[in-house]
Design a protein around this ligand. Structure first.
Ligand code: GRF
Length: 217
């Protein structure tokens, strides 16, 4: 079966990009990366793609007069690369409504919290400040409103009393690297569809049991 063609959009270090590169290097993985686009010329993730011989494209947002022009340039590059699914992976630009409409249900994002809690930036510190006992990460379809859209997969991690934001970010990132490729696989295998504003997974395996933090003696 033909592999689903991905475009990965980055702005920085690209560790989630790396998790997708690694997954796609498995012959049985049902997707492949056709292009990596960065809006920042110095993004470390560009080197990761180049090392794996994946075509890269730097589209520096500072060179465009309007967001619409910048977004149109990205769409042009992605369509030229045959993109079927856009994966935002630490892409730090807001997207225009037109861009979101064009890629509706064909664009996903990863976010380091259990959405809809803690949208935006510095969300690990926000979770610590709120005193919640669990946080995690979410892969979701993209809608124009930031960090909104049908949830595909979430992973949960516990928060320790002595965690720093950095400790929590590391624990969450380990899970991000697992769930992003899993979400791509679900889409590539056509095991997921959108009903209303929910992503429904055919043959979903739901874990049983519960977790408590702190554990109760
Ligand atoms: C990740 O925490 C991701 O969830 C968020 O931005 C960060 C990007 O990290 N959207 P990386 O560039 O993938 O290492």
């Amino acid at each position: 079966m033909a592999k689903l063609k991905l475009a990965v959009l980055i702005s920085g270090r690209g560790s989630n990009l790396q998790s997708l590169i690694d997954a796609c290097s498995e012959p049985s993985f049902p997707a492949e990366i056709g292009i990596v686009i960065s809006n920042r010329p110095g993004a470390a993730g560009l080197l990761r793609a180049q090392k794996s011989a994946i075509p890269t494209h730097c589209i520096d947002h500072k060179l465009f007069g309007t967001r619409a022009e910048f977004d149109a340039e990205m769409t042009k590059a992605m369509e030229a690369a045959g993109t079927e699914l856009v994966c935002l992976a630490g892409f730090m630009r807001l997207l225009s409504d037109e861009f979101c409409a064009h890629w509706l249900d064909r664009m996903i994002n990863i976010h380091p919290s259990l959405l809809p809690s803690f949208k935006g930036l510095n969300v690990q510190q926000a979770a610590l400040d709120a005193g919640v006992r669990f946080s995690g990460c979410t892969v979701h379809y993209v809608r124009p409103e930031m960090d909104c859209g049908p949830v595909i997969i979430q992973a949960v991690v516990p928060i320790s009393a002595d965690d720093t934001a950095n400790d929590l970010a590391k624990r969450i990132l380990t899970e991000e690297h697992k769930i992003y490729p899993e979400a791509v696989r679900l889409i590539a295998e056509k095991r997921i569809f959108i009903k209303g504003e929910k992503a429904v997974i055919a043959t979903q395996n739901t874990p049983v049991g519960s977790m408590r933090n702190p554990t109760v003696e």
